[in-house]
Design a binder for this molecule. Structure first.
Ligand code: NIG
Ligand code: FE
Length: 413
């Protein structure tokens, strides 16, 4: 592979030299800026150099004139449920008619509905459907995608989902990370025996998943309608013993101790956070956990937006992700997440973009590898269409902003 020079960029999103960790609280505003006019030099799949146009090299094997388009780090969508059996728009209509997400779940709809459908699908069918989704996802600028299991809800079906994710990892050009989310909902067969389901996860599934290398992380839906803080701790603890770091769903509807459990078991992130009392905000301000906010789930279920501004003021590390799934968040556009972050959570476009890139990479333990335009990092880059400013990307939310996408220096869109 030779060198590729992307030159005459109208804006280049930079987040500070040698950046290899998340940006906490106000550090985003003090470190991130847009440089113009500028260049990026790619060599062997990595960012070799970048800077103001005056410092651009004279020659490269390939030179691409961007005529003022922007260069941004590829989006890191650190929380999705991209492998699923089918859509659930009937539940949206049921909510329009007055049912809540929790009521639908308790009546056996929701996640259990997805699980019932998934058990009847073959690995090939699940794989083919996910490939089509991921092709659309990468066209929106996402170069790293976390995907959870959690619609299997049995030993066999959870392994089946993770094998599908493994195939996606092997065959698609973007970075894919897998999380074991067997503790997503209690399956009906275990309604009278919660402990048996938990021990199936801790004693059989986690060891097997770790042995086969099928997941990078372990997840739990810590919520009144799902699993308690004590159960969450059991699962995080088993994950720790087998090298699966925790990333949990917490505080979507209630605050029941998920954040404390995550801190105690050295998890990487707590995700959702629509219902976050002050003591939880303070905990996040003091811990190394990444607070991953999922504003599209709050939007789609008409729940309160996560308190992004208060988290930044408390010094917490915030990330943003789509939570793409067929129940609570059926969309995969990271640019739309930027719109929600700016219009509904009081973030600036720069704060939103840092939360969707470097901080999201930190929530996958990969801030040293990608998530910012830094020398030596993987050349995962977005070239935007021509636009007047970064804010325009959040503002003009019906327009298509992504012109080209590079993953590890290769053009994939
Ligand atoms: O992150 N909250 C739990 N899990 C998903 C929703 C899954 C579903 O409804 O299928 C979420 O919102
Ligand atoms: Fe989720």
């Amino acid at each position: 592979m030779g060198t590729t020079l992307l030159t005459n960029a109208g804006g280049l999103f930079i987040q500070g030299e040698h950046l290899n960790q998340a940006l906490r609280g106000q550090d985003i505003s003090s470190n991130c800026t847009l440089l113009d006019p500028s260049f990026v030099l790619i060599k062997d799949g990595l960012i070799k150099d970048y800077g103001a146009i005056g410092h651009a090299p004279d020659r490269a094997d390939e030179i691409i004139d961007l005529h003022g388009k922007f260069i941004l780090p590829g989006f890191v969508d650190s929380h999705t449920h991209t492998v699923f059996a089918g859509s659930r728009e009937k539940e949206m209509v049921a909510r329009s008619l007055g049912k809540s997400y929790q009521e639908i779940a308790q009546e056996g709809g929701g996640i259990l509905n997805s699980a019932a459908k998934l058990r009847n699908m073959s690995e090939d069918e699940l794989y083919d459907a996910a490939v089509i989704r991921i092709q659309r996802i990468l066209a929106k600028g996402t170069t790293t995608l976390e995907i959870k299991s959690g619609y299997g809800l049995s030993y066999e079906a959870e392994l089946k989902m993770l094998r599908v994710i493994k195939r996606l990892k092997e065959n698609l050009p973007i970075n894919i990370y897998a999380s074991l989310l067997a503790a997503h909902a209690l399956p009906k067969e275990f309604a009278d025996n919660r402990a048996a389901y938990i021990s199936m996860i801790t004693d059989r599934l986690i060891p097997e998943v770790a042995y086969q290398g099928l997941a990078d992380f372990v997840d739990v839906f810590c919520e009144k309608i799902a699993f308690s803080a004590a159960e969450t701790e059991q699962i995080l603890e088993a994950g720790q013993r087998h090298g699966l770091v925790g990333k949990i769903h917490s505080n979507q509807f209630t605050s029941i101790g998920g954040i404390e459990a995550a801190i105690k078991h050295r998890a990487l992130s707590v995700d959702h956070l629509e219902h976050l009392p002050q003591h939880d905000i303070d905990l996040l301000g003091q811990s190394d956990l990444v607070a991953t906010l999922l504003p599209q789930a709050a939007f789609f279920l008409s729940d309160p937006m996560p308190p992004a501004r208060k988290l930044i003021d408390a010094g917490a590390t915030i990330a943003l992700a789509t939570d793409f799934n067929p129940g609570s968040s059926p969309g995969y556009s990271m640019p739309f997440i930027m719109t929600l972050a700016c219009a509904k959570m009081g973030l600036t476009p720069i704060e939103a973009l840092a939360a969707m890139t470097i901080n999201a990479a930190a929530s996958l333990n990969q801030a040293g590898q990608f998530g910012s335009i830094t020398r030596g990092k993987r050349a995962d880059l977005i070239i935007t269409k021509s636009m007047p400013s970064l804010a325009y990307m959040a503002y003009a939310f019906s327009e298509e902003h992504i012109d080209q996408v590079y993953a590890a220096g290769e053009r994939i869109h």
